[in-house]
Design a protein around this ligand. Structure first.
Ligand SMILES: Nc1ncnc2c1ncn2[C@@H]1O[C@H](COP(=O)(O)OP(=O)(O)OP(=O)(O)O)[C@@H](O)[C@H]1O
Length: 228
């Protein structure tokens, strides 16, 4: 499903942010990516969403090598990936419904299907009753529910969540991870970067730890295909 083979990532300033990453994540897994600030978590996630490109090695997702994917194919590739952000990235001048609807509109979905699907996901994430509210009228936890609704509305195979509980208290963080867990139970692969030790302790998931650009721990290391 997601496979990193001997991946290095160097930014233009010459610093090697990721070093020889070998990582395999199977379909339907829920993985916590942990590490101190600057360790390289976001960079690793950006290689999956293909916002960044590996400097060396290859990244393959859903059976396709995306390392050198053509720019005109990126749009189609990204339909398989839902992204949840720490700061929600909701459009302030759009309602909850409109924020989620837009994600379907931009890929040209049939307007008839849009309404049914948006209502369905708003119900799933528990924010249906606030569908006409604007982001400024919602709590952080509610905003993140909308962020998750937007991420899942196009039925992606993978959800990438970068510190998606970073702006929430522990109670709301738990509710958000519970929601991601229920999405994972439907077969969606989840990769979530987090600093939150409470969350790590409470949820028994695979943990991949990065330090200074290297994987230093993986609770499922035995199942790796390490290619050196
Ligand atoms: N666009 C960029 N250009 C140059 N260096 C970058 C860029 N993005 C990240 N870096 C550097 O790469 C390293 C890893 O950054 P990254 O954001 O991946 O870490 P992180 O583990 O997600 O950190 P945090 O938990 O603080 O978000 C840092 O030293 C950072 O300064």
């Amino acid at each position: 499903m997601i496979k990193f083979t001997c991946v290095d990532k160097m930014y233009p300033d010459g610093n090697k942010t990721l070093k020889n990453i070998n990582l395999k994540i199977d379909k339907g897994e829920f993985v916590f990516l942990v590490g101190r600030s600057g360790a390289g978590k976001s960079t690793l996630l950006k290689l999956i969403t293909r916002e960044e490109r590996a400097s060396k090695g290859s990244v393959s997702v859903l059976g396709n090598d995306i390392t050198n994917i053509k720019v005109n194919k990126l749009h189609t590739y990204r339909r398989n990936i839902g992204i949840v952000f720490q700061d929600f990235k909701l459009l302030k001048d759009k309602t909850v419904y409109e924020n989620v609807e837009l994600a379907m509109r931009v890929i040209g979905e049939n307007p008839k299907d849009i309404k049914t699907r948006v209502m369905e996901v708003l119900q799933k994430v528990g924010i249906y009753h606030k569908c006409n509210k604007y982001p400024d009228e919602l709590s952080g936890g509610e905003c993140q529910r909308v962020g998750i609704a937007r991420a899942i509305v196009n039925k992606p195979s993978v959800i990438i969540a970068d510190e998606c509980t970073g702006n929430l208290d522990i109670e709301n963080s738990r509710k958000i991870v519970d929601l991601l867990e229920s999405i994972n139970e439907e077969g969606v692969t989840i990769v979530m970067a987090t600093h939150d030790m409470e969350i790590l302790k409470q949820y028994n998931k695979r943990i991949v730890a990065i330090d200074a650009g290297k994987i230093i721990k993986d609770t499922k290391r035995d199942q790796y295909e390490v290619i050196v």
